[in-house]
Design a protein around this ligand. Structure first.
Ligand code: UD2
Ligand code: MN
Length: 348
């Protein structure tokens, strides 16, 4: 015993030591394994969520009234201030003939596929800018050049959609805007839509590109009309309506081919719904219209007065719910989403 006990002690201690090492490694292994498990559970649940998201997204794409919410990967941000500190007021607009698309892209590196959101605060509204277009590339370039920084100074979450009418049938501004609304909602549930002529450049960034409780008309005045409202009830050029307001009036009419009438038709729809058009103060709601002649393929619509008389009777069945078209392509360019569409031609 006297001889064995120190050896036994050592053996026993050694045993404990080995046991200790063994249990520590088991513990370490369990810890690593459970970490991995948690991680993999998280990853797989994220993947499932992503898949679920994609499935619901696809479902929602089939229905044009509902659109997917974006997966928010951003850390929580506080809401942007009611008045952006970045606003500059009246602007010096330039229309340089030497301006190139590459320059405008270079100036707007934070815009991704036509979309932007402030990095330091949460925008108060998400807005889709819809621009009806055919053969006005120069005007589009000037507008993009001024509009992107303008909207960024307003701290908005926005995306620009250009809706191109394919072919050379008579132009139909209103139907293109209906298409823009339907197509943009497939990307995101935009709460506000701005229907924007390609040749109108805002002169003052206090003219907020946000929707109101009532439909909003943003062009009180422009250079060519001495900055005066053209006539009472005028609702052309640039207008802002929420997703719901536009749905409530069944969007624009689809049957105004050629120049004129479609803006008054929208006003009638708004008035029929007992909504009231609001406008920002005249000193800020100012635009420069880049000079142009009447385009060929957009001749004056001689039927417009007759059509306007019918609006109260037909608005329920002529509009968003009857807008048939064929999307030919959707290109996600750096500064805008380019939707090319076949909207057909006037019925004889
Ligand atoms: C006025 C209105 C406009 C619309 C139009 C009658 C203003 C400031 N604007 O514009 O909103 O009601 O009358 O339809 O009062 N476009 C093309 N390619 C074409 C033809 C038209 O891209 O070949 C687009 C473009 O976005 C243009 C818009 O349609 O800005 C309106 O056409 P316009 O500029 O020829 O008509 P305008 O200035 O009389
Ligand atoms: Mn014009």
């Amino acid at each position: 015993m006297g001889f064995c006990s120190p050896v036994c002690k050592i053996l026993r201690r050694g045993k404990y030591f080995v046991l200790l090492i063994l249990s520590l490694s088991v513990l370490a292994w369990i810890a690593t394994f459970s970490g991995e498990t948690v991680k993999s559970v998280l990853v797989s649940s994220a993947t499932t969520q992503a898949l679920v998201k994609e499935v619901t997204l696809r479902d929602k794409l089939n229905s044009w009234t509902a659109a997917p919410d974006r997966v928010n990967t951003q850390p929580l941000k506080t809401e942007c201030p009611e008045k952006s500190p970045l606003l500059q007021g009246a602007l010096n607009l330039s229309f340089e003939s030497s301006l190139k698309l590459k320059d405008v892209e270079g100036d707007n590196k934070d815009v991704n596929e036509g979309e932007y959101e402030p990095s330091d605060c949460m925008a108060r509204q998400s807005i889709a800018i819809l621009i009806p277009h055919r053969n006005r590339e120069r005007h589009l370039l000037y507008l993009l050049h001024h509009l992107h920084p303008f909207l960024q100074r307003q701290q908005l979450h926005y995306a620009v959609y250009v809706i191109q009418q394919a072919g050379d049938a008579t132009f139909n501004r209103a139907k293109l805007l209906n298409v823009g609304y339907l197509e943009a909602l497939k990307d995101y549930s935009w709460e506000c839509f701005i229907f924007h002529d390609v040749d109108l450049v805002p002169e003052n960034d206090h003219n907020l590109y946000m929707c109101d409780k009532q439909p909003k008309h943003l062009v009180v005045g422009r250079n060519a009309t001495g900055y005066k409202l053209r006539y009472k009830g005028y609702f052309g050029g640039v207008t802002a309506m929420t997703k719901e307001q536009f749905l409530q009036v069944n969007g624009f009419s689809n049957i105004y081919w050629g120049w004129g009438g479609e803006d008054d038709d929208l006003r009638i729809r708004v008035e029929l719904q007992k909504m009231k058009i609001v406008r920002p103060p005249a000193q800020v709601a100012r635009y420069t219209m880049v000079f142009h002649k009447r385009d060929s393929g957009n001749e004056i619509n001689k039927d417009r007065m007759k059509l306007l008389g019918r609006t109260p009777h037909v608005w329920r069945k002529d509009g968003l719910n009857s807008c048939s078209y064929k999307t030919l392509s959707v290109e996600r360019l750096p500064l805008y989403v380019n939707v090319t569409v076949d909207i057909g031609k006037p019925q004889s």
